[in-house]
Design a protein around this ligand. Structure first.
Ligand code: PSU
Ligand code: MN
Length: 300
């Protein structure tokens, strides 16, 4: 049997030399963004991380192994192949057993990152409690049980923000606004949910992460970085676009793991591509901020 969890040379080197490393999910590339923006975005995220002297650790599954650290060829396959599986933590054993190519969601990514000693990760928007109420992303439970820092732009606009923040509270996830006092909502800059805690520098976040570590608290620190205001969409517009898309999803019978990708692509269509532009921009910004935090943690 091949090693079921492997770390690439560059990521191993960065970890051993005590450098900053940022874990990244690949489902956003394979299922979350259309071609060719997906591959372009992965390159921009990689560049944003390297600009801060940190190393990107893209997580995926291939050839019977969970892989931490992807090369250019791997990213190209993940962005262009037609049959890439969407892999949450629950899917990892199956993909490792059958050898298929898989792109990891936040939950599988955090699992792998923690196992290999990476403490900082970035994504666009986290999954959450869908408006229907019945569908809750596995991202939330993983955040509850994984000591890490995850940089995001709040819950994805397709979920119920209020219900999601309540659930994070119940699960013991520490939510911190990055230079903001209200919960951002992915392509929307803010909701009316007030955040109790904020951070204005990477050093502040690093101090919180170190305190969490010292206390032995096993849940995540979620840093919420609002989308660039020049690209943000108005809350009311997203609200009605999501309603339109939920209606379409219900008529198409969309549910389960296909629901989030369906809603994201519908949202891009209904907003004439503006939600896509915002999504790409916030992914790159979050990768860069996570790199700054990883570097601040590594020198402390
Ligand atoms: N953030 C994005 N686009 C995405 C996702 C996050 O900007 O496509 C993915 C992540 O992989 C996240 C997943 O973990 O969506 C959540 O899916 P679900 O709601 O099925 O748990
Ligand atoms: Mn779901």
């Amino acid at each position: 049997m091949t090693d079921p969890l492997t770390v690439s040379g560059p990521v191993r080197h960065a970890l051993e030399s005590g450098g900053g490393v940022v874990a990244l999910e690949t489902s956003v590339l394979s299922q979350g963004l259309p071609r060719p923006r997906n591959l372009e975005t992965s390159r921009a995220m990689t560049a944003a991380i390297r600009d801060c002297n940190a190393e990107p650790a893209w997580v995926f599954v291939d050839g019977g192994s969970v892989r931490v650290g992807a090369g250019d060829d791997d990213l190209e396959r993940l962005a262009t192949a037609d049959d890439v599986a969407k892999v949450a933590r629950r899917d990892l054993p199956i993909l490792v057993a059958n050898g298929r190519l898989g792109a990891t969601t936040v939950s599988a990514t955090l699992w792998a990152a923690h196992r290999v000693g990476i403490g900082v990760a970035a994504t666009g928007g986290i999954g959450g409690v869908h408006r229907s109420g019945g569908d809750v992303s596995a991202d939330l439970l993983e955040l509850a049980g994984t000591p890490c820092v995850l940089v995001c732009s709040g819950p994805k606009s397709i979920v119920n923000a209020g219900a999601t923040i309540e659930r994070l509270d119940e699960l013991g996830v520490s939510v911190v606004g990055w230079r903001c006092d209200r919960l951002p909502f992915f392509v929307v800059r803010e909701t009316d949910n007030e955040l109790e805690h904020r951070a204005d520098s990477a050093q502040e976040v690093a101090a919180m992460a170190r305190a969490r570590e010292a206390l032995g608290i096993g849940s995540a620190l979620l840093v919420c970085n609002p989308v660039d205001e020049r690209l943000a969409l108005p809350a009311a517009e997203i609200d009605s676009a999501v309603q339109t898309c939920e209606g379409r999803a219900a008529r198409a019978g969309g549910r389960g793991k296909g629901l989030t990708p369906y809603l994201l692509s519908c949202l891009a269509e209904v907003t004439a591509g503006r939600s896509l532009e915002a999504n790409v921009a916030l992914l790159v910004a979050n990768a860069g901020l996570a790199a700054e935090i990883a570097v601040a943690l590594s020198v402390s």
